[in-house]
Ligand binder design. Structure first.
Ligand SMILES: Nc1ncnc2c1ncn2[C@@H]1O[C@H](COP(=O)(O)OP(=O)(O)OP(=O)(O)O)[C@@H](O)[C@H]1O
Length: 744
């Protein structure tokens, strides 16, 4: 390139002198571009000249090939540059050996490699020798360690033991967690419990000489006196323990001197049969006093009942009459007429008169539904004088919160009297409220609440609705001290100690009516001169297989006995003192079973009746009385009759259908073995019901039997069905015809 254009040409990379060998090093940058000029002290002018000279020399250098050697002048810079290039060249050459070194290098490596191979062979040999010396094919310690290191799991923390949580505290309030317990064997004469002599005499006349345990516990707590409990009470005592008298006696005693009636006590029970029963106990106690007892149940026309409970009297009060007239007109114009209000009655009043309402009764026994209806719709039905509220069978009632009865009742009981029905004092209080002439409100009404059940649950969500004041739980414990409720927070129920329980397997249940008939004829009404339940064991041995399956008697003997039983059934039933209540799972089932039993064994028919919801109150009352007197011997009922019914001398209960719950079982079998009398409960169970029956009901923890067991009685199939199969099939066809005829 001509020198003239050299300055414009792009700078050429400086190239190291070509090596003679074939492997040439990669090109490197020009030393001019990488090396720094040596520092010297110059004036700016000198510096400028030096710089321009250096620049031109650099340019010339660039234009020259490296082989050309350094330029004249400025030889120091040129020298340093050439040295740097050479140094770099050496570096590069040392990284990549030249052909001249190729032969020397493998020799060195070979020596090292051979040394290494010899050393490793020696090590291996030594290891082998060590193995042989140990005399086994086991790996050496190092291998072992390596292997174990792989297999041994990492150290883990100790597993935490799964200890069941047993709280040392109770989630229940103290009054529920620590009940007052009374031994069920405790009996004390009524006179010693502070009962008034007139009532003691009355009770003795009824045959009650001493107070039962629950009465012994409750009477002192409810009577005015040193042991009185100034608060509410929850009572758990088994079936037939005398709870009705325990609450009714203190109420009647408290009101015995009453001359003018005012509603002072309300007793709430779940069914109309129980209303009748409680009414009977109350009336017996009230004889000779002016205390009046009334009922409110769904079977009486509502208007009729309203008149029976509240009496309306016209009272002259011109000013109030005018006021009420104006308000009545306003409410009529607005279209909102309060059913409970005075409006309707005001229209019937003579001029300048207002209606005045008076309660006709002191004690009201009612079902919750009817009570709510009266609270909402009966003018003058006021609870301002109520001092006693009793809720029997409380667990059932509180579970059936229908119409929100407990809330309505509590609001009415603790709330203010509706303005239209306020008495003079309440009116003055209301009118002067907030003024300087305000009158002190009357002291808050003091209502004593008594809540009872044989299957009381420690359920605060339910009991909380009742707005208790200073509540107390009283539990009646059995002789063994096996107190069902006091043991813990779990609910447990106790059966009467005089109750015997039997369970009969009935296969798949297709012949259950035949098994029922067999139990009735061979156990309840057996014609062997033994009418009491105590003789049952002997009959069971005669007529059944024990639980281990061994036959007690030959089938011929059994059939002979059963045919003779058939012939003498009527006379044996007539002569028997036994009465039986049979439970079916529904009203329909009860009716069908009744039909089937009568068809299967006609001699039973005159002594067999059915109690269902469709039976009127009057009729059901008569039926229960007839059963109590022994006029009828067999009553088939649904669970309607399972609670609270007290049938005199009922000796047997048969669960034809297994009860729907443990609570239901406790109440069903509790219809017998009451007040210390003996009784038997029989349950027929199918294959599918067996597991639940034995696990939950017979052997479970919830039902306490005081160490007794449910006896399993397996009847001979031939005994049960012999001579009855044809009749059974005909009876089934009849029943089907009857059902279809009814349905059509
Ligand atoms: N002091 C007494 N002495 C003898 N018998 C009594 C006494 N008190 C009550 N009875 C009788 O005990 C029986 C059962 O009474 P009650 O109906 O009050 O039992 P209960 O505890 O309410 O039973 P349930 O939980 O089944 O309703 C009744 O026949 C009653 O006449």
């Amino acid at each position: 390139m001509p020198a003239l254009y050299a300055r414009w040409a792009p700078s050429k990379p400086a190239v190291a002198p070509k090596p003679s060998g074939p492997a040439s090093p990669p090109p490197i940058d020009s030393p001019a571009s990488t090396s720094l000029p040596k520092k010297s002290h110059h004036t700016p002018e000198k510096e400028f000249r030096t710089k321009s000279r250096t620049k031109s020399k650099k340019k010339a250098n660039k234009a020259q090939s490296p082989e050309d050697g350094p330029l004249d002048g400025d030889s120091d810079i040129a020298d340093s540059t050439v040295q740097t290039v050479k140094k770099r060249k050496r570096d590069v050459q040392s990284d990549k050996p030249h052909n001249s070194d190729d032969e020397a290098t493998p020799k060195k490596h070979k020596t090292i490699l051979s040394k290494f191979e010899r050393a490793s062979k020696l090590g291996e040999k030594l290891r082998e020798d060590a193995k042989v010396q140990r005399g086994s094919g086991e790996p050496d310690a190092e291998e072992e360690r390596e292997r174990l290191h792989d297999l041994v799991p990492l150290p883990q923390p100790e597993p935490v033991l799964d200890v069941p949580f047993e709280p040392t505290y109770s989630a229940l309030p103290k009054w529920l967690a620590q009940p007052t317990t009374i031994d069920s064997a405790t009996t004390i004469p009524f006179a010693k419990l502070g009962v008034h002599p007139t009532f003691v005499t009355k009770l003795e006349k009824q045959g009650y000489k001493t107070a039962l345990a629950v009465q012994t516990a409750l009477l002192p707590m409810l009577h005015p006196g040193p042991q009185q409990h100034l608060g509410d009470m929850c009572v758990s005592a088994r079936t037939g323990s005398g709870k009705t008298l325990a609450y009714m006696l203190p109420v009647v005693e408290a009101l015995k001197d009453r001359v003018v009636s005012s509603l002072s006590a309300i007793v709430v029970v779940p069914t109309r049969q129980l209303v009748e029963q409680a009414l009977k106990v109350a009336e017996e106690l009230c004889t000779g006093t002016k205390v009046k007892v009334g009922t409110a149940v769904g079977n009486v026309a509502f208007q009729v009942e309203q008149k029976q409970l509240v009496r309306v009297i016209p009272r002259y009060d011109k000013q109030r009459a005018e006021e009420l007239q104006i308000r009545a007109t306003q409410s009529a114009q607005s279209g909102f007429v309060n059913q409970r209000g005075f409006t309707i009655d005001l229209a019937k009043m003579p001029d300048h008169h207002v209606p005045e309402y008076h309660s006709t009764i002191d004690i009201l026994i009612c079902t919750p539904g009817r009570l709510v209806e009266h609270i909402k719709n009966t003018p003058g039905f006021l609870l301002r004088d109520v001092n006693w509220l009793v809720i029997d069978e409380a667990d059932q009632l509180l579970n059936q919160e229908f119409q929100g009865w407990s809330t309505v009742l509590m609001d009415e009981l603790h709330g203010e009297t509706p303005e239209d029905f306020m008495n003079a004092r309440e009116l003055i209080c209301k009118q002067r409220q907030g003024t300087e002439w305000s009158v002190r409100k009357p002291a808050h009404r003091c209502v004593t609440k008594v809540v009872l059940s044989a299957t009381m649950k420690k359920d605060l969500t339910k009991l909380g609705n009742l707005r208790f004041t200073r509540p107390k739980l009283v539990v009646i414990e059995d002789e063994a001290g096996d107190d069902p409720l006091a043991l813990g927070e779990d609910d447990a129920y106790e059966l009467p100690s005089t109750l015997e329980e039997f369970a009969v397997p009935v296969g798949n249940g297709s012949e259950k009516p035949l098994y029922l008939l067999h139990v009735l004829l061979s156990q309840v009404f057996a014609d062997d001169g033994s009418s009491g339940p105590g003789k049952t064991d002997r009959r069971i041995l005669k007529n059944s297989r024990s639980s281990d399956g061994s036959s007690s008697e030959s089938s011929e003997q059994s059939s002979a006995e059963s045919s003779s039983e058939d012939e003498s059934t009527e006379s044996s039933i007539l002569g028997s003192k036994n009465r039986v209540l049979i439970f079916a799972k529904s009203n329909e089932n009860a009716s069908r079973l009744s039909h089937l039993l009568s068809a299967l064994h006609p001699p039973l028919k005159p002594y067999l009746k059915t109690l269902t919801r469709s039976v009127s109150s009057q009729k059901s009352k008569k039926l229960l009385e007839s059963l109590g007197r022994g006029k009828i011997k067999i009553l088939i009922a649904s669970d309607l009759a399972s609670r609270g019914l007290d049938i005199a001398d009922l000796t047997h209960v048969i669960n034809y259908d297994v009860p729907p719950s443990l609570v239901s079982y406790v109440h069903r079998v509790g219809r017998t073995a009451r007040a210390g009398k003996k009784g038997q409960a029989w349950t027929l169970f199918t294959k599918t019901e067996a597991a639940w029956f034995w696990k939950q009901l017979a052997k479970g923890e919830v039902i306490k039997r005081g160490g007794k067991k449910v006896k399993r009685i397996k009847f001979d199939y031939s005994d049960v069905t012999e001579g009855k199969r044809e009749t059974y099939e005909t009876a089934l066809e009849d029943l089907q015809g009857a059902v279809e005829g009814t349905e059509a």
